[in-house]
Design a protein around this ligand. Structure first.
Ligand code: COA
Ligand code: AMP
Length: 631
């Protein structure tokens, strides 16, 4: 039996022993009473009774263990021309002081803090400072508009918001503060205080009595120590797209999070303490939480915080420059980023200028990795390129080629095999496993391992309904796929209305709500159309109300603007067409899957329950007329 199989088997035969051994790598103030408490499934509790602190594990322990002068964080920002290193001591001191600021502003154990920030060190400092005092942060990605931020504020009910005056996108400054002000106007819940980082490229207007500038907030403040929290307390909440316009507040449990992420660094990524690890994502996403901030710091690595893009900052050699300059040994990004680089520099000529000898592996996730992109990346980098699969809900990889355990042969198009702790089965609608090679709902047998979500923020009902209602005894991932004869997993598509745009998870349901609110729109549908760069991009189909005789292009321009204003530029919603009617089943369900096949110019089976098959030809014609279909 190979190493992988042996470890995988042990993780399931005796999860208590397996995860207790992993937990020995984490610093606890009090040992747990029980490793696994599954008395009330699916509300699994790991390490109940244990007490620890996330920030202690990320920073202070490394000072005690001799890493005080090692770089903890390298801020590399081509958009501002800055490279700045923080040693573990410097980062700990900055975090302890900001923890003092939060305390001074009345933030207490269990209070929520919303962080709406770009990729600057203050974001990481604010996150860690929250965990230091037992407060619960919720980071909101900067590409979301005021309305989305307002929804998260109303759900999390923060006592305080930390924001920056702006983010920097190639070619434009994104003013965050007016978006925050707009969100606070819209939200019913009103936080007492906003701490604002004023960036030199844009000065935000401050509201007296509520807003405090970052440095001013530090005046006369004393550093705070780490407090002990329960292993089952939330470390953070991260909102992610659900099937409606209302985001889901994924809760991350403190103890399981520290144990699973620490374990993952050596076993999945094959990285040792002291090495430089770089995840080129954004702290607003789960990849950023887990693999820019927490896991590399738990493991005593140096992490890179990159404020830039794969291309355009300044060119398609940007990633290679960062890898070479900081001697990155393990890199993680989304396939989209590699496609963007390849598009501009197909032979990776820019790579020749750089010494990438420190690089040992390249990991990809966030969306399906097409075999072509995987092979190109392997060729140009000459290191193992590992596709791995996970979700905001799980917090760490469910399927991967675990380089630290045993490197299995790579099958392009597959994220390889279940990671120890995760029991993946592919199920038919009657909840029985399908045969190898057959497609079904990818499901995970409960209990889920440490680190996975124990519930949704203050919404146990939605937790059950979203994840556990369709297949009793299993967590429903929302992905469809197959396990092949060799036991390799293949992720094929979502089973719900979530789409993946440039590695960003978005709800088409949320976009439909926006389109439907346009006064001229009677009915609408949004699908994810295939896109060579971003994987998928949203495309809207609009049926106008009777009597509307304005130019269609005008309505389209207006709905595109509305999605940008209400959801945010990250939705990349640029395409919509007006059609006479939408294809539906006889019971009135819109056939989005069939429309997606038409938009992608793929063959599709005629849906047995379709009300009127002629509509499909009308849709194809409309797409052709609008220039979206060539044939
Ligand atoms: N704040 C404000 N706006 C943001 C933003 C942020 N943090 N991030 C993205 N946006 C905006 C962009 O400026 C763009 O706006 P535009 O419509 O005015 O051009 C829009 O949101 C869409 O952004 P994006 O999806 O990033 O597309 P792009 O065309 O600007 O860039 C890539 C394309 C491939 C370079 C980019 O998508 C990329 O780097 N992808 C990697 C994905 C990744 O890291 N995913 C994380 C999961 S691991
Ligand atoms: P998020 O919660 O934003 O991380 O998005 C999770 C979703 O992204 C998954 O449910 C998948 O649909 C998709 N995804 C993530 N990683 C992969 C991968 N390696 N292969 C295919 N799809 C992926």
């Amino acid at each position: 039996m190979g190493q992988y199989e042996d470890i995988y088997r042990r993780s399931h035969e005796d999860p208590d022993a397996f995860w207790a051994a992993a937990a020995a790598d984490v610093v606890w103030q009090k040992r747990w009473d029980r490793v696994l408490d599954n008395d009330r499934p699916p509300f699994t509790r790991w390490f109940a009774g244990g007490r620890l602190n996330t920030c202690d594990n990320a920073l202070d322990r490394h000072l005690r263990e001799g890493r005080a002068d090692q770089a903890a964080l390298i801020y590399d920002s081509p958009v501002t021309g800055t490279v700045r290193e923080f040693s573990y001591r410097e980062l700990r001191d900055a975090v302890a002081l900001f923890a003092g600021v939060l305390r001074r502003q009345g933030v207490a154990y269990g209070d929520r803090v919303i962080i709406y920030m770009p990729m600057v060190p203050e974001t990481v400092i604010a996150m860690l400072a929250c965990t230091r005092i037992g407060a619960v942060h919720s980071v909101v990605f900067g590409g979301f508009a005021a309305n989305e931020l307002a929804k998260r504020i109303d759900d999390a009910k923060p006592v305080l918001v930390v924001a920056a005056s702006c983010g920097i996108e190639p070619g434009r400054i994104v003013e965050y503060k007016p978006l925050l002000d707009g969100a606070l106007d819209l939200a019913e819940h009103k936080p007492r205080t906003c701490i604002v980082v004023q960036r030199p490229m844009c000065e935000a207007a401050m509201q007296e009595g509520r807003d405090i500038e970052w440095h001013a907030a530090h005046e006369g403040v004393e550093p705070e120590d780490c407090v002990e929290v329960e292993a089952t307390d939330p470390a953070y909440i991260l909102y992610t797209s659900g099937t409606t316009g209302v985001p889901k507040g994924v809760v991350r449990p403190t103890g399981g999070h520290a144990v699973a992420l620490k374990w993952s660094m050596r076993n999945i990524y094959g990285v040792e303490p002291g090495e430089v690890y770089w995840a080129a994502s954004d702290v607003g996403w789960v990849v950023g939480h887990s693999y820019i901030v927490y896991a590399p710091l738990f493991h005593g690595c140096t992490t890179v915080l990159y404020e830039g893009k794969p291309v355009g900052t300044p060119d398609a050699g940007a990633f290679w420059r960062v890898m070479a300059q900081h001697r990155v040994s393990c890199m993680f990004t989304a396939p989209t980023a590699m496609r963007a680089i390849r598009k501009e520099d197909p032979d990776a000529l820019l790579l020749r200028q750089y010494d990438l000898s420190a690089l040992k592996s390249q990991f990809l996730a966030g969306e399906r990795c097409d075999p072509d992109t995987l092979r190109w990346t392997e060729e140009v980098l000459g290191v193992p390129v590992i596709d791995h699969w996970w979700q905001t809900e799980t917090g760490w990889p469910i399927a991967a080629n675990c380089l630290g355990i045993e490197r299995l042969p790579v099958k392009p198009g597959s994220p390889t095999a279940p990671v120890p702790g995760w029991r993946i089965e592919v199920l038919a609608p009657d909840c029985t496993p399908v045969a190898p090679g057959e497609i079904g709902a990818i499901s995970i047998r409960i209990p889920l391992p440490p680190g996975a979500l124990p519930t949704l923020w203050q919404n146990d009902e939605r937790f059950i309904e979203s994840y556990f209602s369709a297949y009793p005894g299993y967590y429903q991932t929302g992905d469809a796929g197959i396990i092949d004869e060799d036991g390799y997993l293949h992720i094929m598509s979502r089973t719900d209305d979530i789409i993946n745009v440039a590695g960003h998870r978005l709800s088409t349901g949320g976009m439909e709500q926006v389109l439907a609110s346009h006064p001229d729109v009677a009915e609408c549908a949004v699908i994810g159309a295939a896109d060579a760069l971003k994987g998928q991009v949203p495309m809207g189909f609009l049926v106008l109300k009777d009597g509307v005789n304005r130019p269609h292009s005008q309505v389209v321009t207006e709905v595109v603007r509305m999605v940008r204003d209400e959801i945010g530029p990250v939705a990349s919603f640029r395409q919509a067409i007006v059609v006479g009617r939408l294809p539906k089943t006889r019971s009135g369900k819109i056939l989005r899957g069939t429309m997606q096949c038409i938009a992608d110019d793929r063959d599709y089976p005629m849906p047995a329950t379709i009300d009127d098959p002629d509509i499909l030809d009308e849709i194809a014609t409309a797409l052709r007329d609008a220039g979206y279909l060539s044939g």
